[in-house]
Design a protein around this ligand. Sequence first.
Ligand code: OAD
Length: 244
Amino acid sequence: MFSDLLINKLKKATTVAALTGAGISAESGVPTFRGEQGLWKKFRPEELANFNAFMKNPKLVWEWYNFRKNLISQVQPNPGHHALVQMETYFQDFYLITQNVDNLHRLAGNKRIYELHGNIMRNRCVDCNKQWSDTLIDEENLPHCDCGGLIRPDVVWFGESLPEKEITKSFEVARKSEVFFSIGTSALVQPAASLPIEAKRAGAYVVEINFEPTVITDYVDESIIGKSGEILPSLIRQIINDQE
Ligand code: OAD
């Protein structure tokens, strides 16, 4: 399933990075955004995932986030998430960059994570940015900050900037990694979608793991078609076993 080139590179590598998208959590039961079963088939991003929509109808947006929080609270990390924890232990420098807000990488045990699109378990004030803990928000009685501002989910919506430190670090990491994985992402949403491109430009061996080909498949060095929850455990097993 894996080329000898990839296995040899991984055995020698000290700096490895992985970018994940919704596909890594699909086997845990979290729906992806695009595709036939995707969330954006049933819901309209412009009504739910943007700041103006929230200010216009915070109740509706909170209903949607509560629905997703509730769903996420009932699922567990899958073998794909766990394999990425093993990678963090195995490689001297391993960086996990995720577009997911579902907190499953943290729950699995990864420590060095750059969350590009925020985290659904955190909230913050729209005015002063104060962080608020994750109590389930009552849509009928929307909570406000001490300063009077509405409390919103601490996620990145369409048209908003990504957290400065996370995105800067992610590009740094992409440029210095020897092997860079793009896992379970359609690679359509910028700036995250530029990370594998930037990694390759800087000399990394770029590997895509996805259920189906994507817009970057022809560009990457190696494309592995299949479920991340099966491929990643098999990959890390092979590296560790060969080493013993
Ligand atoms: P998408 O829904 O666009 O893409 C999910 C990808 O996962 C697809 O390419 C699938 O083929 C693949 N996939 C599904 N199941 C898989 C499995 N078991 N193993 C491997 N691959 C699998 O999700 P993202 O690329 O994460 O942004 O979307 C990026 C951003 O768009 C999200 O973070 C979100 C969304 O709008 C914001 O909300 C800001």
